[in-house]
Write a protein that binds this ligand. Structure first.
Ligand SMILES: Cc1cc2nc3c(=O)[nH]c(=O)nc-3n(C[C@H](O)[C@H](O)[C@H](O)COP(=O)(O)O)c2cc1C
Length: 311
């Protein structure tokens, strides 16, 4: 999730679930090919890890798929769901739902050039192109390029008139439409996304589709990930306690600081770790107030956790 998640966030998540597939935020082909920063670095612990790419120029997308493979990403996912103006001006994101043959061309070339799978994350429609047939045609055309996995955010995007934030809440969710895609394309791997908050809901969706993607709820309530391996992947794992997660994060934060980063870069993702416990507000407050101060390190996290009462 752009501006929210990063490699520090995924390192934290991976401590709580070994099996959940983690996705990067969207990284554009322009940033990868011409940007100054290293947009692709990650911690080895993050696997299984998917790089989400934003772009539609076949040559650039192909080059980026090769680079993603060299970096060791497990999969590349194409963003066909972002409605922002900036993204539309670059002719990528959700507006690509109207250009399935271009998406298919990208996937064909990317899969010829790299051996990791190329998948797609889309909406159920855009603007007035919101019929079931529109979505069906999109999936059918893109699947011809041998794309086997689609993640579908079960609401359409309005390309004009709504902000990206509104586009995540205002258009109504239509889970049935995604279920129907799975029925009509039973050979494809179909994952559903949008508004899913619990693993009970997740299990209900899994009766109809192959996978569930959760975004905002994990970000606000990350500790729920400690239930994912047992509840969803049917393992028999001993769940990490919050104290154990914290003990593992402290050296990671110290390492980040030693490498020139800020404690806040890591701790900002941990604000919701203690939600639901007495003292959660004080925990968040302590992190918010202290983690960006000069010299802040992992000790800030231990101090914040001391404000929490665990029964
Ligand atoms: C701050 C923010 C940034 C996002 N960035 C991306 C992104 O980079 N790529 C993407 O496919 N979706 C992005 N999304 C959309 C989410 O992946 C997801 O589709 C949407 O929030 C609905 O799922 P949820 O209700 O589980 O959060 C973003 C969402 C938020 C809140």
């Amino acid at each position: 999730m752009l501006d929210w998640t990063d490699k520090h966030c995924r390192y934290f998540y991976r401590l709580m679930s070994k099996h959940t597939v983690l996705y990067t935020e969207m990284v554009t082909t322009g940033a990868i090919l011409h940007g100054k920063g290293d947009y692709l670095s990650y911690n080895d612990e993050e696997h299984p890890l998917v790089l989400q790419l934003g772009g539609s120029d076949v040559k650039a997308m192909t080059e980026c798929a090769k680079i993603a493979e060299q970096y060791g990403y497990d999969e590349v996912n194409i963003n066909v769901g972002c409605p922002s103006d900036r993204v539309q001006n670059g002719r990528f994101g959700a507006c690509l739902m109207a250009e399935p043959s271009l998406v298919a061309d990208c996937i064909n070339e990317m899969q010829n050039a790299a051996s990791i799978p190329v998948t797609v994350k889309s909406r159920i429609g855009i603007d007035d192109q919101d019929s079931y047939e529109f979505l069906h045609t999109f999936i059918e055309e893109v699947a011809k390029a041998d794309c086997k996995h689609f993640i579908i955010h079960a609401r359409k995007a309005w390309l004009t008139g709504l902000s990206p934030k509104q586009n995540r809440d205002v258009p109504p969710l239509d889970y049935e439409r995604v279920y129907k895609i799975k029925q009509d394309f039973s050979q494809l791997d179909i994952s559903i996304n949008g508004g899913i908050k619990t693993f009970t809901e997740t299990k209900a969706h899994l009766k109809h589709v192959d996978g569930v993607m959760i975004g905002r709820e994990i970000y606000s309530n990350p500790y729920m990930l400690t239930d994912a391996d047992n509840d969803i992947y049917n393992t028999n794992t001993v769940k990490q306690t919050r104290a154990e997660v914290i003990d593992l994060m402290v050296p990671y934060i110290n390492e980040t600081v030693k490498d020139g980063g800020r404690a806040w870069h890591v701790l900002r993702h941990m604000l919701g770790l203690c939600n639901g416990l007495a003292g959660a507000r004080k925990f968040r407050q302590h992190l918010s107030e202290c983690a960006s101060k000069e010299g802040a390190n992992g000790q800030i996290l231990l101090d914040a956790f001391n404000k929490v009462t665990i029964n």
